[in-house]
Design a protein around this ligand. Structure first.
Ligand SMILES: Cc1cc2nc3c(=O)[nH]c(=O)nc-3n(C[C@H](O)[C@H](O)[C@H](O)COP(=O)(O)OP(=O)(O)OC[C@H]3O[C@@H](n4cnc5c(N)ncnc54)[C@H](O)[C@@H]3O)c2cc1C
Length: 416
Protein backbone atom coordinates (compact mmCIF):
# COMPACT_ATOMS: atom_id res chain seq x y z
CA UNK A 1 0.00 0.00 0.00
CA UNK A 2 3.00 2.31 0.55
CA UNK A 3 4.08 1.64 -3.03
CA UNK A 4 0.61 2.30 -4.40
CA UNK A 5 0.18 5.51 -2.41
CA UNK A 6 3.58 6.84 -3.46
CA UNK A 7 2.98 5.95 -7.12
CA UNK A 8 -0.22 7.94 -7.00
CA UNK A 9 1.63 10.99 -5.64
CA UNK A 10 4.15 10.77 -8.47
CA UNK A 11 1.56 10.37 -11.23
CA UNK A 12 -2.04 11.45 -10.71
CA UNK A 13 -3.14 9.83 -13.97
CA UNK A 14 -1.76 6.31 -13.41
CA UNK A 15 -4.07 3.33 -13.26
CA UNK A 16 -3.12 1.57 -10.01
CA UNK A 17 -4.42 -1.84 -8.98
CA UNK A 18 -3.53 -3.68 -5.76
CA UNK A 19 -4.21 -7.41 -5.56
CA UNK A 20 -4.49 -8.87 -2.05
CA UNK A 21 -5.27 -12.49 -1.38
CA UNK A 22 -6.66 -11.83 2.10
CA UNK A 23 -9.66 -9.81 3.18
CA UNK A 24 -7.90 -7.00 5.03
CA UNK A 25 -5.23 -4.57 3.93
CA UNK A 26 -2.95 -2.18 5.70
CA UNK A 27 -3.13 -3.50 9.23
CA UNK A 28 -0.35 -3.24 11.76
CA UNK A 29 0.98 -6.74 12.43
CA UNK A 30 3.20 -4.98 14.97
CA UNK A 31 0.11 -4.51 17.13
CA UNK A 32 -0.86 -8.21 17.17
CA UNK A 33 0.96 -9.04 20.45
CA UNK A 34 -0.93 -6.20 22.14
CA UNK A 35 -4.21 -7.65 20.93
CA UNK A 36 -3.21 -11.02 22.44
CA UNK A 37 -2.22 -9.26 25.64
CA UNK A 38 -5.58 -7.49 25.81
CA UNK A 39 -4.34 -3.91 25.61
CA UNK A 40 -5.88 -3.63 22.13
CA UNK A 41 -9.42 -4.88 22.57
CA UNK A 42 -10.81 -4.77 19.06
CA UNK A 43 -8.68 -6.12 16.18
CA UNK A 44 -10.35 -3.46 14.02
CA UNK A 45 -8.18 -0.90 15.85
CA UNK A 46 -5.15 -2.39 14.10
CA UNK A 47 -6.49 -1.69 10.62
CA UNK A 48 -5.05 1.60 9.41
CA UNK A 49 -6.80 1.98 6.03
CA UNK A 50 -9.56 0.19 4.16
CA UNK A 51 -9.90 -0.48 0.41
CA UNK A 52 -12.76 2.06 0.36
CA UNK A 53 -10.45 4.72 1.78
CA UNK A 54 -7.88 4.06 -0.93
CA UNK A 55 -10.52 4.22 -3.66
CA UNK A 56 -12.11 7.40 -2.40
CA UNK A 57 -9.06 9.35 -1.26
CA UNK A 58 -6.34 8.11 -3.62
CA UNK A 59 -8.14 6.63 -6.62
CA UNK A 60 -6.35 3.32 -6.03
CA UNK A 61 -8.30 0.15 -6.72
CA UNK A 62 -7.77 -2.61 -4.17
CA UNK A 63 -9.13 -6.06 -4.86
CA UNK A 64 -9.20 -8.29 -1.81
CA UNK A 65 -9.71 -12.05 -2.07
CA UNK A 66 -7.50 -11.87 -5.17
CA UNK A 67 -4.57 -14.31 -4.84
CA UNK A 68 -2.00 -14.03 -7.61
CA UNK A 69 -1.01 -17.54 -8.73
CA UNK A 70 1.52 -16.73 -11.43
CA UNK A 71 3.42 -13.94 -13.14
CA UNK A 72 4.25 -14.12 -16.86
CA UNK A 73 6.65 -11.28 -17.39
CA UNK A 74 7.12 -11.86 -21.13
CA UNK A 75 3.45 -10.97 -21.57
CA UNK A 76 3.41 -8.49 -18.66
CA UNK A 77 0.61 -10.43 -17.03
CA UNK A 78 -0.35 -11.74 -13.63
CA UNK A 79 -2.84 -14.58 -13.33
CA UNK A 80 -5.19 -14.86 -10.40
CA UNK A 81 -5.66 -18.28 -8.87
CA UNK A 82 -9.13 -18.42 -10.53
CA UNK A 83 -7.58 -17.98 -13.98
CA UNK A 84 -8.25 -14.28 -14.63
CA UNK A 85 -5.31 -12.53 -16.29
CA UNK A 86 -4.40 -8.92 -15.64
CA UNK A 87 -1.96 -6.85 -17.68
CA UNK A 88 0.68 -4.59 -16.11
CA UNK A 89 3.20 -2.12 -17.42
CA UNK A 90 5.09 -2.05 -14.11
CA UNK A 91 4.80 -4.55 -11.30
CA UNK A 92 5.60 -4.18 -7.60
CA UNK A 93 5.87 -7.47 -5.72
CA UNK A 94 5.15 -7.06 -2.00
CA UNK A 95 4.04 -10.52 -0.97
CA UNK A 96 5.66 -10.35 2.48
CA UNK A 97 7.15 -13.17 4.49
CA UNK A 98 5.80 -16.35 5.96
CA UNK A 99 6.80 -18.45 8.93
CA UNK A 100 9.83 -20.58 8.22
CA UNK A 101 8.11 -23.94 8.62
CA UNK A 102 11.33 -25.79 9.43
CA UNK A 103 9.75 -29.24 9.82
CA UNK A 104 8.19 -29.54 13.25
CA UNK A 105 6.04 -32.67 13.28
CA UNK A 106 2.51 -32.25 14.55
CA UNK A 107 2.36 -28.50 13.92
CA UNK A 108 -1.13 -28.82 12.47
CA UNK A 109 -2.75 -29.64 15.82
CA UNK A 110 -5.47 -27.30 17.10
CA UNK A 111 -3.43 -26.07 20.07
CA UNK A 112 -0.51 -24.97 17.86
CA UNK A 113 -0.51 -21.35 16.68
CA UNK A 114 1.54 -18.81 14.80
CA UNK A 115 1.45 -15.06 15.20
CA UNK A 116 1.88 -13.71 11.70
CA UNK A 117 -1.49 -12.51 10.46
CA UNK A 118 -4.55 -10.87 11.90
CA UNK A 119 -6.39 -14.17 11.40
CA UNK A 120 -3.71 -16.00 13.45
CA UNK A 121 -4.14 -13.50 16.28
CA UNK A 122 -7.92 -13.70 16.26
CA UNK A 123 -7.72 -17.53 16.33
CA UNK A 124 -5.24 -17.48 19.21
CA UNK A 125 -7.30 -14.98 21.18
CA UNK A 126 -10.44 -17.08 20.73
CA UNK A 127 -8.55 -20.18 21.91
CA UNK A 128 -7.40 -18.33 25.04
CA UNK A 129 -10.99 -17.32 25.81
CA UNK A 130 -12.65 -20.68 24.99
CA UNK A 131 -10.13 -23.25 26.24
CA UNK A 132 -8.52 -21.26 29.05
CA UNK A 133 -5.09 -22.93 28.58
CA UNK A 134 -2.81 -22.81 31.62
CA UNK A 135 0.55 -23.46 30.02
CA UNK A 136 2.26 -22.33 26.84
CA UNK A 137 5.50 -23.11 25.07
CA UNK A 138 6.81 -20.50 22.67
CA UNK A 139 9.21 -21.95 20.12
CA UNK A 140 11.64 -19.31 18.91
CA UNK A 141 13.24 -16.52 20.92
CA UNK A 142 13.19 -13.80 18.31
CA UNK A 143 11.38 -10.57 19.12
CA UNK A 144 8.01 -11.98 18.00
CA UNK A 145 8.44 -15.02 20.26
CA UNK A 146 9.41 -12.84 23.21
CA UNK A 147 6.57 -10.37 22.61
CA UNK A 148 4.21 -13.35 22.45
CA UNK A 149 5.65 -14.80 25.68
CA UNK A 150 4.99 -11.47 27.40
CA UNK A 151 1.42 -11.34 26.06
CA UNK A 152 0.64 -14.95 27.04
CA UNK A 153 2.12 -14.52 30.52
CA UNK A 154 -0.05 -11.46 31.05
CA UNK A 155 -3.01 -13.73 30.21
CA UNK A 156 -2.02 -15.82 33.23
CA UNK A 157 -0.36 -18.75 31.44
CA UNK A 158 2.81 -20.47 32.64
CA UNK A 159 5.16 -19.71 29.74
CA UNK A 160 8.35 -21.41 28.59
CA UNK A 161 10.39 -20.09 25.67
CA UNK A 162 12.59 -22.59 23.84
CA UNK A 163 15.11 -21.87 21.13
CA UNK A 164 17.52 -24.06 19.21
CA UNK A 165 20.31 -21.50 19.40
CA UNK A 166 22.33 -20.41 22.40
CA UNK A 167 21.23 -16.77 22.44
CA UNK A 168 18.10 -14.69 22.42
CA UNK A 169 17.08 -12.56 19.46
CA UNK A 170 19.70 -14.27 17.22
CA UNK A 171 21.97 -11.48 18.32
CA UNK A 172 24.86 -13.65 19.48
CA UNK A 173 25.38 -11.45 22.50
CA UNK A 174 25.79 -13.40 25.76
CA UNK A 175 25.45 -10.26 27.90
CA UNK A 176 22.13 -9.32 26.26
CA UNK A 177 20.90 -12.91 26.50
CA UNK A 178 21.85 -13.15 30.18
CA UNK A 179 20.14 -9.90 31.09
CA UNK A 180 16.95 -10.76 29.23
CA UNK A 181 16.78 -14.29 30.64
CA UNK A 182 17.04 -12.84 34.14
CA UNK A 183 14.31 -10.32 33.32
CA UNK A 184 12.07 -13.07 31.89
CA UNK A 185 12.64 -15.24 34.97
CA UNK A 186 11.65 -12.33 37.20
CA UNK A 187 8.28 -12.35 35.46
CA UNK A 188 7.91 -16.12 35.67
CA UNK A 189 8.93 -17.02 32.12
CA UNK A 190 11.33 -19.93 31.79
CA UNK A 191 13.84 -19.88 28.94
CA UNK A 192 15.47 -22.99 27.53
CA UNK A 193 18.19 -22.48 24.95
CA UNK A 194 19.89 -25.06 22.76
CA UNK A 195 16.66 -27.06 22.45
CA UNK A 196 15.86 -27.87 18.86
CA UNK A 197 12.21 -28.92 18.70
CA UNK A 198 11.46 -31.53 16.06
CA UNK A 199 8.00 -32.54 17.15
CA UNK A 200 5.19 -30.86 19.07
CA UNK A 201 5.04 -34.02 21.22
CA UNK A 202 8.42 -33.03 22.74
CA UNK A 203 6.91 -29.91 24.27
CA UNK A 204 3.75 -30.84 26.13
CA UNK A 205 1.70 -27.72 26.84
CA UNK A 206 -1.89 -26.54 26.56
CA UNK A 207 -0.81 -24.11 23.85
CA UNK A 208 2.22 -23.94 21.55
CA UNK A 209 3.20 -20.83 19.68
CA UNK A 210 5.62 -21.24 16.80
CA UNK A 211 7.78 -18.20 16.20
CA UNK A 212 10.72 -19.82 14.50
CA UNK A 213 11.54 -17.04 12.07
CA UNK A 214 10.42 -15.83 8.70
CA UNK A 215 11.36 -16.36 5.12
CA UNK A 216 10.57 -14.46 1.98
CA UNK A 217 7.19 -15.45 0.54
CA UNK A 218 8.11 -15.04 -3.08
CA UNK A 219 7.76 -18.34 -4.92
CA UNK A 220 5.53 -16.78 -7.60
CA UNK A 221 8.27 -14.23 -8.25
CA UNK A 222 11.05 -16.83 -8.46
CA UNK A 223 8.95 -18.99 -10.76
CA UNK A 224 8.60 -15.96 -13.02
CA UNK A 225 12.36 -15.53 -13.28
CA UNK A 226 12.93 -12.97 -10.52
CA UNK A 227 16.37 -13.66 -9.06
CA UNK A 228 17.05 -14.46 -5.44
CA UNK A 229 19.61 -12.37 -3.65
CA UNK A 230 22.37 -13.90 -1.53
CA UNK A 231 20.03 -14.19 1.46
CA UNK A 232 17.44 -16.20 -0.47
CA UNK A 233 14.93 -13.34 -0.53
CA UNK A 234 14.27 -11.30 -3.69
CA UNK A 235 17.37 -9.37 -4.74
CA UNK A 236 16.79 -5.70 -5.52
CA UNK A 237 18.96 -2.72 -6.37
CA UNK A 238 18.79 0.68 -4.67
CA UNK A 239 15.74 1.51 -6.77
CA UNK A 240 14.02 -1.66 -5.56
CA UNK A 241 14.18 -3.06 -9.08
CA UNK A 242 14.66 -6.79 -9.52
CA UNK A 243 16.64 -8.41 -12.32
CA UNK A 244 13.53 -8.09 -14.52
CA UNK A 245 13.04 -4.65 -16.07
CA UNK A 246 9.92 -2.92 -14.73
CA UNK A 247 9.50 -5.42 -11.89
CA UNK A 248 10.12 -4.06 -8.42
CA UNK A 249 10.01 -5.74 -5.02
CA UNK A 250 9.67 -4.30 -1.54
CA UNK A 251 9.10 -5.29 2.06
CA UNK A 252 9.47 -8.64 3.73
CA UNK A 253 9.73 -10.55 0.43
CA UNK A 254 12.94 -8.72 -0.50
CA UNK A 255 16.39 -8.30 0.96
CA UNK A 256 18.00 -4.97 1.71
CA UNK A 257 21.50 -3.59 2.15
CA UNK A 258 23.10 -3.63 5.58
CA UNK A 259 24.91 -0.32 5.77
CA UNK A 260 27.34 -1.45 8.48
CA UNK A 261 28.52 -4.64 6.77
CA UNK A 262 28.00 -3.28 3.24
CA UNK A 263 26.40 -6.58 2.30
CA UNK A 264 22.78 -7.57 1.60
CA UNK A 265 20.77 -8.73 4.59
CA UNK A 266 17.31 -10.07 5.24
CA UNK A 267 15.79 -7.97 8.01
CA UNK A 268 12.02 -8.13 7.63
CA UNK A 269 10.62 -5.18 9.56
CA UNK A 270 7.62 -2.95 9.03
CA UNK A 271 9.53 0.29 9.13
CA UNK A 272 11.88 -0.94 6.39
CA UNK A 273 9.02 -2.41 4.36
CA UNK A 274 7.31 0.96 4.25
CA UNK A 275 10.45 2.76 3.07
CA UNK A 276 11.18 0.15 0.43
CA UNK A 277 7.57 0.24 -0.73
CA UNK A 278 7.63 3.99 -1.09
CA UNK A 279 10.72 3.86 -3.30
CA UNK A 280 9.41 0.91 -5.35
CA UNK A 281 6.13 2.76 -5.94
CA UNK A 282 7.88 5.99 -6.92
CA UNK A 283 10.16 4.26 -9.41
CA UNK A 284 7.38 2.12 -10.82
CA UNK A 285 5.57 5.39 -11.52
CA UNK A 286 8.54 6.82 -13.39
CA UNK A 287 10.47 8.72 -10.70
CA UNK A 288 14.07 8.00 -9.73
CA UNK A 289 14.30 7.41 -6.00
CA UNK A 290 16.63 5.22 -4.00
CA UNK A 291 16.70 3.42 -0.70
CA UNK A 292 20.27 2.83 0.42
CA UNK A 293 19.56 0.32 3.20
CA UNK A 294 19.35 -0.13 6.94
CA UNK A 295 21.65 -0.42 9.92
CA UNK A 296 19.55 -3.15 11.55
CA UNK A 297 17.74 -1.18 14.22
CA UNK A 298 14.96 -2.77 16.20
CA UNK A 299 13.14 -2.27 19.47
CA UNK A 300 10.46 -4.10 21.40
CA UNK A 301 8.90 -4.16 24.83
CA UNK A 302 9.38 -6.99 27.32
CA UNK A 303 7.57 -6.82 30.67
CA UNK A 304 7.88 -3.08 30.98
CA UNK A 305 11.40 -2.89 29.62
CA UNK A 306 12.48 -1.49 26.27
CA UNK A 307 15.01 -3.71 24.48
CA UNK A 308 16.72 -2.15 21.48
CA UNK A 309 19.68 -2.86 19.27
CA UNK A 310 21.26 -1.57 16.13
CA UNK A 311 24.22 -2.50 13.96
CA UNK A 312 26.38 -5.45 14.98
CA UNK A 313 27.06 -7.21 18.24
CA UNK A 314 30.68 -8.04 19.12
CA UNK A 315 30.32 -11.60 17.81
CA UNK A 316 28.59 -10.51 14.63
CA UNK A 317 31.33 -7.95 14.00
CA UNK A 318 33.99 -10.59 14.58
CA UNK A 319 32.31 -12.81 12.00
CA UNK A 320 32.53 -9.91 9.55
CA UNK A 321 36.29 -9.99 9.97
CA UNK A 322 36.37 -6.82 12.05
CA UNK A 323 38.18 -6.31 15.35
CA UNK A 324 35.40 -5.18 17.68
CA UNK A 325 35.94 -3.44 20.98
CA UNK A 326 32.98 -2.82 23.24
CA UNK A 327 32.06 -0.78 26.29
CA UNK A 328 29.14 -1.72 28.51
CA UNK A 329 27.76 0.49 31.20
CA UNK A 330 24.93 0.55 33.71
CA UNK A 331 23.78 4.08 34.35
CA UNK A 332 20.73 6.07 35.28
CA UNK A 333 18.52 7.57 32.57
CA UNK A 334 18.16 10.87 34.41
CA UNK A 335 18.29 12.40 37.88
CA UNK A 336 17.26 10.03 40.64
CA UNK A 337 15.14 12.79 42.23
CA UNK A 338 13.10 12.85 39.00
CA UNK A 339 12.54 9.12 39.04
CA UNK A 340 15.46 8.25 36.75
CA UNK A 341 15.71 4.48 36.26
CA UNK A 342 18.64 2.17 35.51
CA UNK A 343 19.60 1.69 31.90
CA UNK A 344 22.16 -0.50 30.20
CA UNK A 345 24.12 0.71 27.18
CA UNK A 346 26.65 -1.15 25.08
CA UNK A 347 28.59 0.46 22.24
CA UNK A 348 30.75 -1.49 19.81
CA UNK A 349 33.46 -0.02 17.57
CA UNK A 350 36.13 -1.32 15.25
CA UNK A 351 39.62 -1.30 16.73
CA UNK A 352 41.26 -0.62 13.39
CA UNK A 353 39.25 2.37 12.20
CA UNK A 354 37.46 3.53 15.36
CA UNK A 355 34.22 3.35 13.43
CA UNK A 356 31.11 2.70 15.48
CA UNK A 357 29.63 -0.71 14.60
CA UNK A 358 26.65 -1.21 16.86
CA UNK A 359 24.89 -0.67 20.12
CA UNK A 360 22.35 -2.04 22.55
CA UNK A 361 20.13 -0.20 25.00
CA UNK A 362 17.90 -1.82 27.63
CA UNK A 363 15.84 -0.02 30.22
CA UNK A 364 12.48 1.26 31.29
CA UNK A 365 12.92 4.78 29.99
CA UNK A 366 14.41 6.62 27.04
CA UNK A 367 15.36 3.47 25.13
CA UNK A 368 13.95 4.49 21.74
CA UNK A 369 15.59 7.93 21.83
CA UNK A 370 19.00 6.53 22.74
CA UNK A 371 19.02 3.67 20.22
CA UNK A 372 17.95 6.16 17.55
CA UNK A 373 21.00 8.32 18.32
CA UNK A 374 23.25 5.28 17.90
CA UNK A 375 21.44 4.27 14.69
CA UNK A 376 21.88 7.77 13.30
CA UNK A 377 25.57 7.67 14.12
CA UNK A 378 25.94 4.29 12.39
CA UNK A 379 24.23 5.58 9.29
CA UNK A 380 26.54 8.62 9.30
CA UNK A 381 29.51 6.23 9.66
CA UNK A 382 30.60 8.07 12.76
CA UNK A 383 33.71 7.16 14.71
CA UNK A 384 33.63 6.53 18.44
CA UNK A 385 35.53 9.74 19.24
CA UNK A 386 33.08 11.80 17.14
CA UNK A 387 30.19 10.12 18.93
CA UNK A 388 31.77 10.95 22.29
CA UNK A 389 31.54 14.65 21.44
CA UNK A 390 27.85 14.66 20.47
CA UNK A 391 25.89 17.58 21.84
CA UNK A 392 23.07 15.69 23.56
CA UNK A 393 20.32 17.35 25.58
CA UNK A 394 20.50 17.59 29.34
CA UNK A 395 18.07 18.63 32.04
CA UNK A 396 17.33 16.64 35.23
CA UNK A 397 13.89 15.32 34.15
CA UNK A 398 15.34 13.91 30.90
CA UNK A 399 19.00 12.96 31.13
CA UNK A 400 22.10 13.07 33.27
CA UNK A 401 24.79 15.72 32.71
CA UNK A 402 26.76 13.05 30.96
CA UNK A 403 24.17 11.10 29.04
CA UNK A 404 24.55 7.30 29.41
CA UNK A 405 25.45 7.20 25.70
CA UNK A 406 28.32 9.59 26.25
CA UNK A 407 29.56 7.70 29.32
CA UNK A 408 29.63 4.51 27.24
CA UNK A 409 31.37 6.36 24.40
CA UNK A 410 34.06 7.71 26.75
CA UNK A 411 34.82 4.21 27.97
CA UNK A 412 34.87 2.92 24.42
CA UNK A 413 37.30 5.59 23.28
CA UNK A 414 39.47 4.76 26.29
CA UNK A 415 39.59 1.12 25.20
CA UNK A 416 40.33 1.95 21.57
C1 LIG B 1 3.67 -10.21 15.57
C2 LIG B 1 4.46 -9.26 14.73
C3 LIG B 1 5.00 -8.12 15.31
C4 LIG B 1 5.73 -7.23 14.54
N1 LIG B 1 6.25 -6.11 15.16
C5 LIG B 1 7.00 -5.25 14.42
C6 LIG B 1 7.53 -4.07 15.02
O1 LIG B 1 7.31 -3.81 16.21
N2 LIG B 1 8.28 -3.24 14.24
C7 LIG B 1 8.52 -3.48 12.92
O2 LIG B 1 9.20 -2.69 12.27
N3 LIG B 1 8.01 -4.60 12.32
C8 LIG B 1 7.25 -5.46 13.03
N4 LIG B 1 6.72 -6.57 12.42
C9 LIG B 1 7.04 -6.83 11.01
C10 LIG B 1 6.08 -6.13 10.06
O3 LIG B 1 4.77 -6.44 10.39
C11 LIG B 1 6.39 -6.57 8.64
O4 LIG B 1 7.74 -6.28 8.38
C12 LIG B 1 5.53 -5.88 7.61
O5 LIG B 1 4.18 -6.22 7.77
C13 LIG B 1 5.96 -6.26 6.20
O6 LIG B 1 5.14 -5.64 5.28
P1 LIG B 1 4.95 -6.26 3.84
O7 LIG B 1 3.96 -5.37 3.15
O8 LIG B 1 6.25 -6.51 3.20
O9 LIG B 1 4.33 -7.69 4.09
P2 LIG B 1 2.92 -8.08 4.73
O10 LIG B 1 2.47 -7.08 5.71
O11 LIG B 1 3.09 -9.49 5.16
O12 LIG B 1 1.94 -8.03 3.48
C14 LIG B 1 2.05 -8.93 2.41
C15 LIG B 1 0.67 -9.13 1.83
O13 LIG B 1 0.76 -9.85 0.62
C16 LIG B 1 -0.34 -10.72 0.54
N5 LIG B 1 0.01 -11.78 -0.41
C17 LIG B 1 0.98 -12.71 -0.29
N6 LIG B 1 1.03 -13.50 -1.37
C18 LIG B 1 0.07 -13.05 -2.20
C19 LIG B 1 -0.36 -13.44 -3.49
N7 LIG B 1 0.20 -14.46 -4.14
N8 LIG B 1 -1.40 -12.78 -4.05
C20 LIG B 1 -1.98 -11.73 -3.41
N9 LIG B 1 -1.61 -11.32 -2.19
C21 LIG B 1 -0.58 -11.96 -1.60
C22 LIG B 1 -0.54 -11.19 1.97
O14 LIG B 1 -1.86 -11.67 2.16
C23 LIG B 1 -0.24 -9.93 2.76
O15 LIG B 1 -1.38 -9.17 3.03
C24 LIG B 1 5.95 -7.47 13.15
C25 LIG B 1 5.40 -8.62 12.57
C26 LIG B 1 4.67 -9.50 13.32
C27 LIG B 1 4.09 -10.72 12.68
Amino acid sequence: MSAAARARRIDAGLEILVLEKGQTISYGACGLPYFIEGRVRDPGELIVYTPEYFKKERNITVRTGAPVGAITHARREVALAGGERIHYDRLVIATGARPDASAIAGADQPHVFRLQTLADAIGLKAYLADKRPRSAVVVGAGYIGLEAADALRRNGLAVTVVDGGNCLLRRDDPELTGRLMKHLARFGVETRLGVRVRSIEEIPADLVLLATGLKSNAEIAFEAGVARGVTGAIGVDERMQTNLGGVYAAGDCAETMHLVTGRPAYLPLGTTANKMGRVAGANAAGARERFAGVVGTCIFGLFGMGVAMTGLSVEQARREGLAPVSARIDARTHARFFGGRPTYVELVADQGTGRLLGGTVIGEQGVAGRIDVIATALQARMKADEFERLDLAYSPPFATTWDPLLIAAQQLVGKL
